[in-house]
Ligand binder design. Structure first.
Ligand code: EPU
Length: 437
């Protein structure tokens, strides 16, 4: 098992490229189940979550191959299989998005429930409600969702996907991919408006689907008889971009975050402006950050897009940990998504939990420490903390960060950070002694 060693306090300088979006790519890979033609995905990031999903798709009869230009080519060769097993689905929740396409195209599916994860319980009731509205018969048996379409296939319907926490991103993806083959018109009300869902819609349209209202909370889908192959470029990863912007503001020099879509980051820019951060968006879309100034403590509350993203909450907490004053951070999407707080406190941050909120009292400086990554975005928060802390930080269990950040060590090292990946011998010893691994 690997860990990161970061020696903090160096100024970051230079340009960092943004990779393709993980959360756009995952459901788009699942869309390959909707056709036996070839789907070519450009800017598909190389990530552990992608590899795990490719394994799930392989079990379902879809082969995938990386081309030398980095694009990923998927082709469904065998449509007779429709079981997505627990061993694979439990490693990554995104693979639950095979349910909708399997049900729409193959008319039956047996997909393992993904289970909870460190950021919370994460139910799938809205996915199931939406698919039932299209006429599917759904049962939960032995930890699996067993789904069957009625004899003539799914039928279009009005589907409402709202909940107390907003909509559901993967639930919208599932219902959308089922509805493209439903007879007649489906209207999804309170659909997720995340840019990743709009990107999935664009890919489906390129494959021959008929979808209106892309990017809005009302999606109208007119069912079609067949979809065909397509080529699609994944949008840049707004969360990776936001992570580098926060790192640049805290640990720069001047850092250019290149290849992002600034329009996807308005809520972050709003908070940064309020906090007195220095950054600008250049005419070509490059986000240029100027670091060095102490930020003002600034509250943030997570909301569905275009609100402040839950996937940047942990990184914002690192920023507030070294800001001037007291900030209130409130998590409205995943109320227990605070495992990073305890680790940041090991580095000297002053944080107190109050229900769904965290009160962060800024300190002058963090100090390097051994810390444990617990989930993907928590790991990103610890990396940023390590970059600004005095001394050395060791981040253990970095497999979490490998799920969603392409070449993060190489990208930060190219900006001048002192960061290396190395074998975590202590972890190996712990595992051998029967400790948690
Ligand atoms: N919810 C329900 N019922 C459902 C589905 C969701 O109550 O059937 C609730 C959830 O408990 C949560 C809220 O609705 O409170 C939103 O959850 P959503 O379904 O939108 O989350 P998701 O689709 O499972 C995706 C991303 C997450 C990201 C969230 C929110 C992927 C693969 N995952 O998850 O990304 O945090 O949307 O934007 O797209 C990450 O990349 O680190 C990550 C966790």
């Amino acid at each position: 098992m690997d860990r990161f060693r970061i020696r903090g306090g160096l100024r970051l300088r230079g340009a960092v490229p943004v990779s393709g979006s993980k959360n756009a790519a995952l459901p788009i890979l699942c869309a390959s189940l909707l056709t036996t033609d070839t789907l070519k995905i450009r800017r598909a990031p190389v990530l552990r979550d992608m590899e795990n999903l490719q394994r799930v798709l392989e079990v379902l009869g879809t082969a995938s191959e990386r081309l030398p230009d980095g694009s990923l080519v998927l082709k469904t060769l065998d449509e007779s299989k429709s079981i997505a097993p627990y061993e694979l689905v439990s490693t990554m929740r995104g693979s639950f998005a095979v349910l909708g396409p399997l049900l729409g195209r193959r008319r039956s599916a047996r997909v393992s429930l993904p289970g909870g994860c460190v950021i919370g319980v994460r139910p799938v009731d809205l996915h199931l409600k939406g698919l039932r509205a299209l006429g599917a018969d759904l049962r939960v048996e032995e930890g699996y969702v067993v789904a069957n379409a009625p004899p003539g296939g799914l039928r279009g319907a009005r589907v409402y996907l709202g909940s107390a926490n907003g909509s559901t991103v993967l639930g919208t993806a599932n219902v959308l991919m089922a509805a493209v083959y439903a007879r007649g018109k489906t209207v999804i009300e309170s659909a997720a408006c995340e840019p990743e869902i709009a990107d999935l819609c664009r890919c489906l349209v390129a494959m021959g689907a008929r979808i209106e209202g892309i990017g809005s909370p009302t999606l109208e889908i007119q069912g079609v008889d067949d979809l065909h192959g397509a080529e699609h470029s994944i949008i840049p990863d707004r969360i990776e971009a936001g992570t580098f912007v926060i790192a640049g503001v805290l640990a720069g020099g001047t850092v250019d975050v290149v290849g992002a879509r600034p329009e996807d980051l308005d809520a972050l820019f709003d908070r940064l402006t309020e906090a007195g951060a220095k950054f600008e968006v250049l005419p070509d879309g490059t986000i240029r950050t100027h670091g060095g100034a102490t930020l003002r403590a600034t509250d943030a509350t997570t909301h569905p897009h275009p609100g402040f993203p839950t996937d940047l909450q942990a990184q914002w907490m690192t920023a507030m940990a070294v800001a001037d004053g007291v900030a209130l951070i409130t998590e409205r999407i995943f109320q227990d998504r605070y495992t990073h707080a305890a680790e940041l406190m090991r580095m000297g941050a002053q944080i107190r939990r109050e229900g769904p909120s965290a009160i962060v009292r800024g300190v002058r400086a963090l100090s390097g420490a051994p810390v444990m990554a617990s989930d993907l975005r928590a790991s990103a928060a610890l990396v940023i903390a390590g970059l600004v802390a005095h001394g050395e930080t060791f981040i253990r269990r970095v497999y979490h960060i490998d799920r969603g950040y392409e070449c993060i060590v190489e990208k930060l090292a190219a900006l001048g950070a002192d960061i290396v990946r190395e074998e975590d011998r202590a972890m190996a010893t712990e595992a051998a002694a029967g400790g948690e691994s």
